[in-house]
Design a protein. Structure first.
Length: 411
């Protein structure tokens, strides 16, 4: 746990923006003392594709956050997302040596669950306990101190591409930042917008970003499923640009200001002015035309979300329904459209539980950044950076050994 007065920074490196949220640990919780945001141009569907452009966006966001907070930022918790993320549930089983379960036994059972064969180009990002079984007693949340001879741990394992994690660390290091840990973005977002009673009853959270839509499901208070859908807010912007024949930058502004996810929520006599391309004069269009363009794409996103929920096998356990967050969730009528498509209660997720500049962070756009601050306050700093380097060194050493063997055979 973080100590009082400690500064924690969440760095959300997204497809459309880079956001830095600065929090200070206080006796009552966390006070937000600074926020910096800058448009992102170096990512595609959540993955870094241009190091220089990403570094520039990170620098600008960090500078803005430092100026507002009045502190120098050197350490961050960074989010990771993208289509390369995969997850699965696994079970670890160990024998208890002294009959009383210790924290060491819990660590051993998690490590045993992580001992699965994964390709060399992938690494485990998270191994999240879902529950434990002590001998034949199921449903144990914290087995430390209990007596038993056999400990079984149910663990949700999330893996990602080593190169994607390395690129995030590299971008941060170029900006003079150390990465304390890399955190899956939907886990961070859930930490800031979901209530504990929702997690206990069963809830699905959807974070609609610029490049991807991230899904996470909680059952009985623990993570049960995570997945990524390769459609996001940028697809809505592209649809608007094509449908209204306007530049993408203007389409983004029109989507944010006038967009609506359901045609029936828009008055027939409302109009909007649409800038044209090639120096042509602006065109006045009915606002319902814009809604007709947006509605099918929103319906497609939530049909894919519904399919992912059904395939997870937890659809019947989501008594709390669905929570939507992320920048694209700000679209008017989006919760209503989601509720109509999926057929379960839907609400918009807004970060809560913060002090200080809480009004600035009470926006779905900052759900991931605020959640990263929350995550960092609850956990000790890890050696994620060194883990990545060690994995990289192993790859290079294997290549060196193999090439040495070839040379011996030749000469």
């Amino acid at each position: 746990m973080a100590s009082e007065g400690e500064i924690i920074v969440g760095l959300d490196i997204g497809t459309t923006k880079v956001a830095a949220v600065v929090g200070e640990v206080t006796r009552d919780g966390i006070d937000i003392i600074g926020i910096g945001s800058h448009p992102s141009a170096g990512l595609h569907r959540g993955v870094v594709v241009n190091i220089d452009a990403t570094c520039e966006s990170i620098k600008r966001a960090i500078e803005d956050a430092e100026q507002m907070a009045g502190v120098e930022i050197s350490n961050v918790y960074a989010g990771i997302a993208g289509g390369h993320i995969t997850s699965f549930n696994n079970i670890g089983i160990v024998a208890v040596k002294d009959r009383e379960i210790s924290s060491t036994d819990v660590d051993r059972v998690i490590e045993q669950a992580k001992a699965v064969a994964i390709p060399m180009d992938r690494e485990v990002i998270h191994a999240i306990p879902r529950g434990y079984v002590v001998d034949d007693q199921d449903g144990v949340r914290n087995p430390v101190g209990m007596h038993g001879v056999r400990l079984e741990g149910k663990v949700h394992i999330i893996t990602g591409a080593v190169t994607s994690a390395q690129n995030i660390v590299k971008c941060a290091q170029r900006c003079g930042l150390d990465v304390a840990d890399i955190v899956l973005e939907q886990i961070a977002s859930a930490d800031s917008v979901l209530h504990e009673d929702e997690k206990e009853l069963g809830v699905a959270m959807v974070d609609i970003g610029g490049g991807t839509t991230d899904l996470i499901i909680f059952v009985d208070g623990a993570v049960a499923h995570t997945s990524v859908i390769a459609i996001g807010g940028n697809h809505l912007t592209s649809d608007v640009a094509m449908g209204l024949r306007t530049p993408k930058a203007e389409a983004e502004l029109i989507k944010q200001k006038f967009g609506c996810a359901m045609v029936k929520l828009v008055d027939a006599d409302e109009t909007i002015e649409v800038p044209s391309v090639g120096g042509r004069p602006p065109v006045v269009q009915p606002r319902q035309v814009l809604a007709h363009i947006i509605e099918p794409r929103v319906e497609e996103i939530f049909m894919l979300v519904h399919r992912a929920i059904m395939e997870s096998g937890y659809a019947d356990l989501l008594a709390s329904g669905l929570v939507v967050t992320g920048g694209a969730s700000m679209l008017e009528g989006l919760p209503e459209a989601a509720e109509e498509t999926i057929g379960m209660p839907v609400r918009r997720g807004i970060p809560f539980g913060f002090g200080g500049l809480k009004d600035m962070v009470s926006n779905p756009t900052y759900a991931t950044g605020a959640g990263l601050v929350n995550y960092g306050s609850k956990r000790e700093k890890s050696n994620r950076d060194s883990v990545i380097r060690v994995r990289e060194d192993k790859v290079y050493s294997k290549v060196f050994v193999r090439m040495s063997d070839w040379f011996r055979e030749i000469f």
